[in-house]
Design a protein around this ligand. Structure first.
Ligand SMILES: Nc1ncnc2c1ncn2[C@@H]1O[C@H](COP(=O)(O)OP(=O)(O)OP(=O)(O)O)[C@@H](O)[C@H]1O
Ligand SMILES: [Mg+2]
Length: 248
């Protein structure tokens, strides 16, 4: 469904992506791992069309999205749901209004239908009675769940998650992962998820890809990655300070 070919991106001479090749199958959950500052968020932003590559292509259902402009681009964006690193909720809106926002902006649904759909989404993420709270009044885990519910409102085919659980306690991490799996089973979206949660991601991913020095050094099933022979992958997943990757 998604094919990234030879993607390059530099910022002011700093090469961040140096030829990323990666494929995501329809309905799969792909987790991207790699060091902080390694370009994971930059890669997701290319998938959303928020950044344009210096070189390379991204095909979605065979169409190169890096070339899309105007209406064709907007139509593409509607197929995506996004959970940004940090949540990116509207602070001045309640949880309910945050989740309802895309419905109000992008559909002509009547108030009653918006209300019903929003309450269903809040219930699905375990926030049935929290709709009246503002982002500042709920915990980090709840904010992540509001962001997740908002990403689901338009029933996207592809959801991009940038570190949906970073900073949460281990129980909440697993609760969010379980929620993503549960929604995935019911709704069947394709997911690309960036995460530092090792080993928890091995229970969530269909495949894991490691981004290092601007390329995907290995992509495979959780088992293949856990038993990888690649010293870079091995060091990263064990967190060993000694090895080919030098801490800065
Ligand atoms: N708009 C931009 N302008 C200039 N440099 C940028 C821009 N966006 C990202 N970068 C640089 O690209 C590099 C990769 O950033 P990115 O945010 O993708 O890292 P990351 O892998 O997501 O890290 P983390 O795990 O900490 O979120 C960083 O050095 C960053 O400073
Ligand atoms: Mg990032």
């Amino acid at each position: 469904m998604v094919e990234i070919r030879n993607l390059h991106k530099a910022f002011e001479g700093q090469q961040v992506l140096r030829g990323v090749d990666l494929q995501v199958a329809k309905g799969e959950i792909l987790v991207i791992i790699g060091r902080s500052g390694g370009g994971k968020s930059v890669l997701l932003k290319h998938l959303m069309g928020l950044l344009k590559p210096d070189e390379g292509q991204i095909f979605i259902d065979g169409v190169d999205i890096t070339q899309l402009r105007g209406r064709a681009f907007d139509q593409l964006r509607e197929r995506f749901g996004v959970v940004f690193q940090g949540g990116a909720l509207f602070d001045s809106l309640t949880a309910f209004e945050n989740v309802a926002f895309p419905l109000r902006e992008k559909t002509r649904l009547l108030e009653e239908a918006i209300r019903e759909k929003t309450l269903t989404l809040l219930k699905q993420v375990g926030l049935a009675d929290m709709g009246h709270k503002y982002p500042a009044e709920v915990s980090g885990g709840m904010r992540k769940r509001v962001a997740l519910a908002r990403a689901l409102t338009m029933e996207p085919e592809i959801i991009l998650f940038d570190e949906p659980t970073t900073g949460l306690d281990p129980i909440m991490v697993n609760a969010i992962h379980r929620l993503i799996l549960d929604l995935h089973r019911r709704i069947g979206f394709t997911a690309v998820l960036v995460s530092h949660e090792i080993p928890e991601i091995f229970g969530l991913a269909d495949r894991v890809a490691m981004l290092h020095h601007g390329v995907v050094v290995e992509a495979g099933t959780p088992e293949a990655i856990q038993f990888s022979a690649n010293p870079v992958v091995r060091q990263f997943i064990t967190g060993d300070p000694e090895g080919p990757i030098q801490p800065d």
